[in-house]
Write a protein that binds this ligand. Sequence first.
Ligand code: NAD
Length: 372
Amino acid sequence: MNTRRDFLQKMGASALMLKLGSVAAFANVPDPIEPPYKGKVLRVAIMGLGGYGNRVAEAMKACTKAKLVGVISGTPSKIKDWQTKYNIPEKNCYNYENFDQVKNNPDIDAIYVITPNALHHNQVIRAAKAGKHVICEKPMALNAKEGQEMVDACKKANVMLLVGYRMHFEPRTLEVIRMRNAGEFGKVMFFQGLCGFKAGDPNQWRLNKALAGGGSMMDIGIYALNGARYMVGEEPIWVTAQETKTDPVKFKDGVDETIQFQLGFPSGAVASCLSSYNINHLDRFFVSGDKGFAEMQPSTGYGPIRGRTHKGELTQPITTHQTVQMDEMAAIIFEDHKPVVAVNGEEGLKDLKIIDAIYQAAKTGKKVELSA
Ligand code: NAD
């Protein structure tokens, strides 16, 4: 995978990363020589040092505006490893019991929660009460009720809540959104989102309802749902859904193996989506309007994202998603930067409300209307 540093070397335009809002500019900018960044750096502690936490930490090495400075983990040996690897001082290391003490630590600005889904609610609220900004992985919580409580807690504590929607900063995705906004597809009438993979180890937390909150829909189907919203550019007003289970031993009660869901939008556009833990090579978006189309495959994996529109191949720069995400989140927090597609708690809550409705529709077999 190309690193951000590779990209910057090739492009010679560090300023580009900070201007993702303007993707047209992003693709074809002359090559301005920017002075090194001298602004405020977001000092982040990562909570949950697992697979994705490691990926984020590695990607953050190339950040300009964000820096990994602390860890929160239940495993002392992991803390030691990370201290060595990322030069993290002892005073910035916490466990799940004592991390509320981070409120007395002026050297940490934000906590990035990267633990199993069921833990996000409590951990985000505790981080907010400690007066720290919070970045939380998707899905933000197990349901809309929890999500609302998290949004309220962060508001009350006067801290920002952001959700790790890395695709919202991905240049090729943003180019398709730009084209849609510019009317280049004409009236958008259809979106298809296919997201899934074969889940391996039957004992992983992702297949445990208590920790995951559900199955494929919570983990990977959320990309198709979120993608439907940012590709169509509207909020759905109804959902229908159907669940298929071929392996009830591996995918127990409340852990969905495969869900197909459909969304209806105010303009009349519809979306047809597939979420699965038992089908490989599902990573594809297709959006169709009366004047053009875009198709992306892979569409939400770690990259490189590939795709084409009726005008040709998407050629915007390939980035390391988590590096750009963290620099952009720092700009959102400290510079009031407004991303093209929101990544705040309210955005996470919108997905949770629709996921609640998808599960309800799958269970009842009925169309579920969504309130605005
Ligand atoms: P993982 O299993 O690799 O890591 C989870 C970490 O949480 C581990 O370090 C584990 O020790 C710790 N943990 C703390 N309490 C735990 C408990 N009670 N049970 C199990 N583990 C516990 O999982 P992951 O893939 O890193 O996923 C973590 C979060 O990140 C999830 O919410 C997931 O949806 C999200 N994620 C997001 C992306 C993305 O692209 N945005 C990718 C992968 C995962």
